[in-house]
Design a protein around this ligand. Structure first.
Ligand code: OFO
Length: 171
């Protein structure tokens, strides 16, 4: 059975993951408005992954006899100055999520909750990927600024994710 402290912290993390989905969907909407469909597809896939993250937490609480309590999801920003700023914000956001996951792992240790600690290992590994994939695009966008025509090539490249990545499976 899940303890009350871990249950509450996991419920908070469901909210953080749903906010992540909202944030990336807001970014997708701006890319769609800019007719950068590849970038938009990348962000849509990312938003779907975040919902999978939220559901993993939901299921963990549920499977261990806890109670899922959903909270209001904060509205994300609706506008960014450039694709680079969007991906820099995405990277900054992932770093915040990494810190949250690390804090959850510390809590699971303090509470001697081994199933939660074991469960969180997947998220710890996932955050390495999450930070890397956002940072990779930031680096590419920095190079694109010197040759703006490359933006459309990068758009095509990122569009591959939407068609090939198993986004709905979350890994
Ligand atoms: Fe982006 O990893 Fe969940 O929030």
């Amino acid at each position: 059975m899940i303890g009350k402290k871990v249950e509450a912290a996991f419920n908070d993390q469901i909210n953080a993951e749903m906010y992540s989905a909202y944030l990336y969907l807001a970014m997708a909407a701006q890319f769609d408005a800019m007719a950068l469909e590849g970038f938009a597809g990348w962000m849509r896939a990312q938003a779907q992954e975040e919902m999978v993250h939220a559901m993993k937490l939901y299921d963990h609480i549920q499977e261990r006899g806890g109670r899922v309590i959903l909270q209001a999801i904060e509205a994300p920003p609706s506008e960014w100055d450039s694709p680079r700023v969007m991906f820099e914000d995405a990277l900054a956001h992932e770093k915040v999520i990494t810190q949250r996951i690390n804090d959850l792992a510390d809590l699971a240790d303090q509470e001697k909750d081994r199933p939660a600690a074991n469960f969180l290992q997947w998220f710890i590994d996932e955050q390495v990927e999450e930070e890397k994939s956002a940072d990779d695009v930031v680096q590419k966008l920095k190079r694109v600024e010197k040759a703006p025509g490359m933006l459309y090539m990068l758009d095509r490249e990122l569009g591959q994710r939407a068609s090939t990545a198993p986004a709905a499976e979350g890994d």
